[in-house]
Design a protein around this ligand. Sequence first.
Ligand code: FES
Length: 193
Amino acid sequence: MSMITADPQDVPKVEHFAFTPENLEKAKALMANYPPGRQASAVIGVLDVAQRQHGWLPRAAMDEAAKLLDMAPIRVYEIATFYTMFQLKPKGRYLLQVCTTTPCWLRGSDAIMKACEEAVDGKTFSLQEVECLGACVNAPVVQINDDFYEDLDADSMKKVLDAFRRGETPKPGPQVDRQTSAPVGGPTTLKSE
Ligand code: FES
């Protein structure tokens, strides 16, 4: 299985990282949300800007973020290695983040994981097992890049993957007849205007 890990042996060396002028502006705007001296509070947002620029998060980008935020690099590494939103090695075009925490597991995440494992090639699809994505009511859930795909089973998961393979972007959200997180079949309360 191709997992996104922090194993240094898997990580290509990136000697240099610099924010583009546009992304530097974005990072500074995030830092400006916090009082002077508290700019470190913007670290997750700044790392996200760096990752979107580079495609994944090499150590050189973490070091650049640390410099910008006036933080010790180790504190930035701690954050980047804790949150699964940060990929510490190159990934495929679509990152499949499969939730296997209890509600998703009870609702069939084993079958979802199997379908994703079969699709992984490291180029089009990479795979990462993650903890609760916060959408348990629509379990099982897979995050694909920035979107959630919900109420999946093996068949609908394969259909979603096939659509991505064809270059389409399947509709995110529930993959069954469900409006957002309302009961399957339609809302049962708060139905009047
Ligand atoms: S347990 Fe999977 S989204 Fe919460």
